[in-house]
Design a protein. Structure first.
Length: 59
């Protein structure tokens, strides 16, 4: 995936506050997880006849 869908600085800050570091591959994986979740939510919304993805579609 070429596009980053997470706020890298926020993820790195969260990890740093826990005494950890964040590898580039972790950011790529998180972005892919977000993309997959959003795509699944869109499909669920579409199957329900909606054009708006809501929180319940992301479960």
């Amino acid at each position: 995936m070429a596009e980053t869908l997470v706020v890298v600085s926020k993820v790195k800050k969260m990890a740093k506050e826990a005494g950890m570091r964040t590898g580039a591959d972790a950011i790529e994986k998180l972005s892919q997880m977000v993309a997959d979740k959003v795509k699944a939510g869109m499909e669920k919304a579409k199957a329900s006849g909606k054009k708006t993805v809501q929180a319940s579609d992301l479960d």
